[in-house]
Design a binder for this molecule. Structure first.
Ligand code: FAS
Ligand code: PHB
Length: 389
C-alpha cells in the first residue's frame, strides 16, 4: 500500500490535519491505536480560540459547533471571596467558543467518514521506519495481521505517550519539562452551569474551575494532590470540596447532581525540540503539553496543524519545501508563548504545597495587580483568546 501522508492518532490534531489535507486533494490514512468509542469517551478540553474555530470550519466540520457552541466574551477570576471579570471582547475585540473537544472530535470523525478518507481504529504496534529516506514506511497490526504502508510524510499526532516522538533518535531531540505537584480532579454533570462564563478560583484549599459544555451540562475541576485516586472521591465529597472553594454567590448558584464522568489529570509543561526529523513531523500533544489552566492544549494542536497542513499543501501544489523546512521553528515560536501563559496562569491560581509565605504574597500581589490594571488584564486576555498564528 502507499499514500501521501500517514497520520498517527485520531485525536483532534490527526483528524483536523487529515481533513485539511483531504480538502486540498492530498491523500492520507489515519492509524489509531484505540477504538472510535474509546477516543470519543475521553473528556478533555472545553475552550476554542477563534483560530481553532476557523480551522474546524475550514475542515468542513463547523456546522454543529456554530449551532451548539457558546460564544464567551470574558471570564471571571475569584480570589478572597470576590470575583473579577476579564472582558476579552472589550480588551481585544475577540471572543472564545465553548464547545467540548469530544464534540470537535466527533464532528471531525463524521466528516472524515463522509468523505471516505480511511481511518484504521485499533491499529496496534504502530511503528515508523525510514523517516530519513524519501519513502518512509509505517507498519502496524490489525486483527492480528501485520500491515505496512509507504508514504511521502508521517505526521505523528499521537499525543504525549505516542510512538512518533520516540521514533526520533534521542541525540536529535531536546526536551523541556516541568511537572506540577498537583493534578485536576474533573467532574461532568448534566446540570446548568452556575455562571454564564467560566470562573477560575484561587482558594487557600486549592484551585477550582467552573466550566461548561452547554447550558445544561457543566464541567468542574478542583486541584488535588498527586496521590489522590478518583475512586476515593464520591460525588458528595467532590461537591462538598468544590463548594468550600467557591465564593458565596457561586456556591449559592451551584447545582449539583450525579456525575457522568470523573477523572484525575496530571499537570505538566513539556516541549520537544525540534518537531521534525527527516520526513516525520510532530503535531499537538506529541510535541508539547501545557497545564490546562490556560485552555491552550487543544488550541496549540490547532495552530500546529495550521502550519503543517499549509506546508504540506505548498509542497504538493508548488513543490516548495519552504513551509516544511520552517514548520518546527514557526510552531515552536507560538508553542513557547502558550507554554509561558499556561505556566503563568498555573502559578497564579494554584496552591503550591511547598510555597513559602513570600510565594503566597507574590501570588496575591499578582492577582491584585491583575484586578487593578487594564494593561495586565489586556495581557491575560490576548493570550487567552489566542495569539496570532
Ligand atoms: P490526543 O492525545 O488527543 O490524541 C492522540 C491520539 O493518538 C489518541 O487518540 C491516542 O489513542 C492515539 N495514539 C497514541 N499513541 C498511539 C500509537 N502508538 N499508535 C496509534 N495511535 C496512538 N486541553 C485543554 O485545552 N483543556 C483541558 O481541560 C484539557 N484537559 C485534558 C485532560 C487530559 C487527561 C489530557 C491528557 C489532556 C487534556 N487537555 C486539555 C489537552 C488535550 O485537550 C490535548 O491538547 C488534545 O487532546 C491534543 O490533541 P492531540 O494532539 O490530537 O492528542
Ligand atoms: C474545560 O471546560 O474543560 C476547561 C476550560 C478551561 C480550562 C481548562 C478546562 O482552562
Amino acid at each position: 500500500m502507499r499514500t501521501q501522508v500517514v497520520i498517527v492518532g485520531s485525536g483532534p490534531s490527526g483528524l483536523l490535519l487529515g481533513q485539511l489535507l483531504h480538502k486540498a486533494g492530498i491523500d492520507s490514512i489515519i492509524l489509531e491505536q484505540k477504538s472510535k468509542s474509546y477516543v470519543l469517551g475521553r473528556i478533555r478540553a472545553g475552550v476554542l480560540e477563534q483560530g481553532a474555530v476557523g480551522l474546524i470550519e475550514e475542515a468542513g466540520a463547523g456546522a454543529r459547533m456554530r449551532r451548539e457552541g457558546l460564544i464567551h466574551d470574558g471570564t471571571e477570576i475569584a480570589f478572597r471571596g470576590e470575583r473579577h471579570r476579564i472582558d476579552f471582547k472589550a480588551l481585544t475585540g475577540k471572543t472564545v467558543m465553548v464547545y467540548g473537544q469530544t464534540e470537535v472530535t466527533h464532528d471531525l470523525m463524521d466528516v472524515r467518514e463522509a468523505c471516505g478518507a480511511p481511518t484504521v481504529y485499533e491499529a496496534l504496534d504502530v511503528a515508523i521506519h525510514d523517516v530519513e529516506t524519501d519513502s518512509p514506511q509505517v507498519t502496524w497490526t490489525k486483527d492480528g495481521k501485520p500491515q505496512q504502508i509507504s508514504c511521502d510524510y508521517v505526521a505523528a499526532c499521537d499525543g504525549y505517550h505516542g510512538v512518533g516522538r520516540q521514533t526520533i533518535p534521542a541525540d536529535k531531540l531536546k526536551t523541556f519539562e516541568r511537572v506540577y505537584p498537583f493534578g485536576w480532579l474533573g467532574l461532568l454533570v448534566d446540570k446548568p452551569p452556575l455562571s454564564d462564563e467560566l470562573v477560575y478560583t484561587n482558594h487557600e484549599r486549592g484551585f477550582a474551575l467552573c466550566s461548561m459544555r452547554s447550558l445544561t451540562r457543566s464541567r468542574y475541576y478542583i486541584q488535588c494532590s498527586l496521590d489522590e485516586h478518583v475512586e476515593d472521591w464520591s460525588d458528595d465529597r467532590f461537591w462538598e470540596e468544590l463548594t468550600r472553594r467557591l465564593d458565596k454567590e457561586a456556591a449559592r448558584r451551584l447545582q449539583t447532581g450525579p456525575s457522568i464522568e470523573k477523572s484525575i489529570a496530571p499537570l505538566r509543561s513539556f516541549v520537544a525540540e525540534p518537531l521534525r526529523h527527516g520526513r516525520l513531523f510532530l503535531a499537538g500533544d506529541a510535541g508539547h503539553i501545557v497545564p490546562p489552566t490556560g485552555a491552550k492544549g487543544l488550541n496549540l494542536a490547532a495552530s500546529d496543524v495550521a502550519y503543517l497542513s499549509r506546508a504540506l499543501i505548498d509542497f504538493y501544489k508548488s513543490k516548495s519545501s519552504a513551509g516544511l523546512d520552517s514548520y518546527s521553528q514557526r510552531a515552536l515560536a507560538r508553542i513557547w508563548k502558550a507554554e509561558r501563559f499556561s505556566w503563568w496562569m498555573t502559578q497564579m491560581l494554584h496552591n503550591f504545597p511547598e510555597s513559602s509565605g513570600f510565594d503566597r504574597k507574590m501570588q496575591a500581589a499578582e492577582l491584585d495587580y491583575l484586578f487593578a490594571s487594564p494593561a495586565a488584564q489586556t495581557a491575560l486576555a490576548e493570550n487567552y483568546v489566542g495569539l496570532p498564528y
